[in-house]
Ligand binder design. Structure first.
Ligand code: FMN
Length: 210
């Protein structure tokens, strides 16, 4: 008699578990997902050059830097400037020549300072389009870090070429990361039509759910 009561009790407990576990698990999953979104650590790392540039004349703040600040301010991300140890020439033509030489020789210019990109979950990565590629100092930065499991979101400024093939180059360079499709903004727009640039940035972030 007592053992049959115990059996009935155990069956009831098992039944209750079967009925309530899926709902409990679902609630837990929802909580985990929401918490993930709210606690993702965001880095906005960028390289940008001041001095004389195409279409904008002599500038005090680089075009990509302006877009990077917009992204950091909208997402609450940490802003980090990738800075070559030897600055690029102020003169536009001289700079294009240095950049072309670096690209041909696959140079990896040394950088000043670094940030532990590994401590972030999502990395917005900004750069100007240089000769249809990433500036070589971006490769230096990428090769200094482990991208496994990260979400990398590219953005670039340019004067007609858009992102070129840089998203795919990033997919190769950031092994183990998920590299999303990027945003391309004309340097002239970032520099001289800031509200237009901000609108582009905010619409793009909204699509990405940031
Ligand atoms: C060395 C160099 C190479 C460039 N190559 C290209 C290019 O291939 N395609 C393009 O659309 N713009 C090119 N540009 C223009 C830059 O992408 C554009 O001015 C960008 O907004 C500069 O960003 P920054 O001010 O953040 O450095 C080049 C500029 C420089 C200095």
């Amino acid at each position: 008699m007592r053992s049959s009561m115990a059996r009935t009790g155990a069956t009831l407990v098992a039944l209750l578990l079967v009925v309530s576990l899926p709902a409990y698990t679902h609630a837990q999953n929802t909580l985990v997902k929401e918490r993930d979104i709210n606690t993702k650590k965001i880095l906005v790392a960028f390289f940008s050059r001041t001095g004389e540039n195409y279409a904008v004349g002599h500038i005090e703040q680089g075009n990509t830097h302006i877009v990077a600040e917009m992204i950091a301010s909208a997402t609450g991300g940490t802003l980090f400037r990738i800075e070559p140890a030897t600055p690029y020439p102020d003169d536009y033509r001289a700079c294009t020549e240095v950049a072309q030489r670096e690209k041909r020789s696959k140079a990896r210019p040394a950088l000043v300072g670094d940030i532990a990109a590994e401590e972030f979950d999502v990395i917005f990565l900004g750069y100007p389009n240089w000769w249809g590629d990433l500036p070589m100092c971006i490769y230096t930065f990428l090769e200094q870090h482990d991208w496994q499991g990260k979400v990398v979101i590219p953005f670039c400024t340019h004067e007609g070429s858009g992102l070129s093939d840089t998203e795919n180059r990033l997919r190769t360079a950031c092994r183990g990361a998920s590299v999303l499709n990027g945003l391309a903004v004309r340097g002239f727009v970032a520099q001289n039509e800031r509200e237009k640039a901000r609108k582009l940035v905010l619409e793009w972030l909204k699509q990405l759910k940031y």
